[in-house]
Write a protein that binds this ligand. Structure first.
Ligand code: IMP
Ligand code: MG
Length: 189
């Protein structure tokens, strides 16, 4: 069942109008726990280095890492694709805000959403140049129908059709990252 923002008493006025709740916060938390269990099955007690793709992955990585028991390091990169309209990809830029210390380490790239796959494809190339022991990808949401680059995530929370979503870290022009739920903007936004 879905809700719309017609009822500000339940959703709050900061929700975009006509938005449809796709995943409630409680559902996201449950799924993140399942993803953590899958990740644990792969790495066991081995130490990993999480590379979070900011800013979108901020909330997801904070929840995911607290659900993981193995020793870990955390680092981050900032990726921006200068989207004006919600659906146009724009130029991709990835900046490393510190030296990536990942040689011989198990690297887990954590991003909010896999769309065309260009960001993570490029990031995987950058990471590979630092000679890690392994590289895997965890994405909370996957939109496989939008894929352009050859990129498959190792851990995926939710698969969705070609919708533009916000909340739980995901933004539209910088807005809505703080929504606890993930909501879809109406087509044509
Ligand atoms: P990709 O390089 O096309 O896979 O784009 C990935 C980035 O685009 C994501 O990390 C998001 O920052 C952004 N993005 C793609 N789809 C959405 C969406 O539906 N909502 C919000 N941001 C999105
Ligand atoms: Mg992103």
């Amino acid at each position: 069942m879905t809700e719309t923002t017609g009822a500000p008493m339940t959703l709050g006025n900061h929700y975009p109008s006509q938005a449809e709740v796709l995943f409630k916060g409680s559902e996201i938390h449950a799924r993140v726990g399942e993803m953590a269990a899958d990740i644990r099955d792969v790495y066991g007690d081995e130490e990993i280095t999480i590379v979070a793709v900011l800013h979108g992955a901020l909330i997801f990585v904070a929840d995911l890492m607290r659900a993981l028991p193995m020793p870990m390091h955390l680092t981050a990169v900032v990726a921006s694709s200068y989207r004006g309209a919600a659906t146009s990809p724009g130029e991709l830029e990835i900046s490393l805000n510190s030296e990536l210390d990942i040689a011989d380490r198990h690297v887990l790239l954590v991003d909010d959403i896999l769309d065309t796959g260009r960001t993570l494809f490029r990031l995987k190339q950058i990471v590979a140049a630092h000679h890690p022991r392994s590289v895997r990808v965890a994405a909370l949401v996957d939109k496989p129908s939008r894929r352009v680059a050859e990129l498959k995530a190792d851990f995926v929370g939710f698969e969705i059709p070609d919708l533009f979503i916000v909340g739980y870290g995901l933004d539209f022009n910088g807005h809505y990252r703080n929504l606890p739920d993930i909501v879809a903007l109406p087509a044509g936004t």
